[in-house]
Ligand binder design. Structure first.
Ligand SMILES: NC(=O)c1ccc[n+]([C@@H]2O[C@H](COP(=O)([O-])OP(=O)(O)OC[C@H]3O[C@@H](n4cnc5c(N)ncnc54)[C@H](O)[C@@H]3O)[C@@H](O)[C@H]2O)c1
Length: 312
């Protein structure tokens, strides 16, 4: 049986990747320091766990793996401590990269659409990379380190620039969880959903089930490259609220407030052709179907909720 390491595997995306691998009969080991995750993401997943810090671990002393899925990172984009972010994201990756290149271990790692910053959409892999915050910069540096290593890499080395991921197991990210989760939680609690003025900021929201597929496609690709993992469609926050209302059977109006962040991405939208052509990945979940599937799991909804008169 093949053996895979999932770093950050107790987190949102990592635990979904781990679950899919176990389902495929792969032996999974998770490395996580539980900085932003919870054991509850792993209770249904039969895997071993290394409770270590990815920035400190001696990769050479770990068991041998056939493939590594690197999801570990500080994922809160409002963290401002630049040294900490670079250490936890880029330096942890540098150590891992050295190890996989030396030992010819296939590596799929999580980059981010944060590398594009506020460049005009759609965002192409070879377009301008102008991150607006230290998180995006730490991911850009990861892509650069990987690109430098391509010539000496003999196996898969793929970076995936996830756009805005939503889905099961994101609860423990707290305020860094997706807008879809935040809005649905407010609406389930009987509150009006709060969004930045005036709700027309758009994001390319991708369901985590598609992100898992992207990781699996990349792992079989034998490519060296960086690819967008988005749907190619951008949806406004106002529209998200409409969809969530539809799924929950509610009729809440948004409550707008001023955006305090100067570095906010106002419109993200992936181009998807390169990922489709080179790693065979294309997102399958529409935003409507993804939100319906997610909230049905999250709130154990019946498939067709009744309309209620919960308008505020
Ligand atoms: N969720 C998104 O919308 C999104 C978008 C773009 C990129 N990404 C990237 O995808 C990856 C997964 O993100 P996520 O959304 O699942 O977030 P997450 O916070 O749930 O996952 C990150 C995991 O890494 C662990 N971790 C952090 N620092 C660690 C360290 N030093 N040592 C060991 N473990 C450590 C955390 O405990 C957590 O389990 C990250 O690399 C993130 O940057 C996510």
């Amino acid at each position: 049986m093949a053996k895979a390491l999932v770093t950050g595997g107790a987190g949102f995306v990592g635990s979904n990747v781990a679950q899919a691998l176990v389902k495929d009969g792969i032996e999974v080991v998770v490395l996580d320091n539980f900085a932003t995750s919870h054991f509850k993401n792993l209770t249904d997943i039969k895997c071993d766990i290394i409770p270590e810090d990815a920035a400190m671990v001696d990769w050479g002393k770990l068991p041998k793996f056939d493939i590594i899925f690197h999801q570990q990172a500080i994922t809160d984009t409002t963290v401002m401590d630049q040294k900490w972010m670079m250490n936890q994201n880029t330096e942890a990756f540098r150590g891992l990269l050295k190890h996989v290149v030396k030992n010819k271990i296939p590596l799929v790692y999580a980059s981010s659409a944060g590398v594009y910053g506020n460049q005009p959409p759609p965002h192409r892999e070879d377009g301008s990379l102008v991150p607006e915050n230290i998180y995006g910069f730490s991911k850009l540096q990861m892509d650069r380190l990987a690109q430098e290593a391509y010539p000496e890499t003999k196996t898969t080395l793929v970076g995936l620039r996830y756009f805005n991921v939503f889905g099961p197991h994101e609860r423990y990210k707290g305020h860094a969880a997706s807008m879809i989760f935040q809005l649905a939680e407010q609406m389930q609690a009987g509150k009006r959903p709060r969004i930045f003025e005036f709700g027309e900021q758009k994001r390319d929201h991708i369901y985590v089930k598609d992100v898992v597929t992207a990781n699996l496609c990349a792992s079989h690709s034998n490519r060296r490259g960086v690819y967008n993992v988005g749907t190619g469609a951008a949806t406004s926050f106002n529209r998200l609220i409409e969809i969530i209302n539809e799924v929950l059977g509610t009729e809440y109006e948004p409550e707008y407030f001023k955006n305090p962040y100067g570095f906010y991405q106002n419109h993200t939208q992936a181009t998807t052709e390169l990922a489709e052509k080179e790693i065979g990945f294309k997102a399958k979940w529409s935003i409507e179907d993804g939100i319906r599937d997610y909230l049905t799991i999250l709130y154990k909804l019946s498939k067709s909720p009744k309309k209620t008169a919960r308008k505020i």
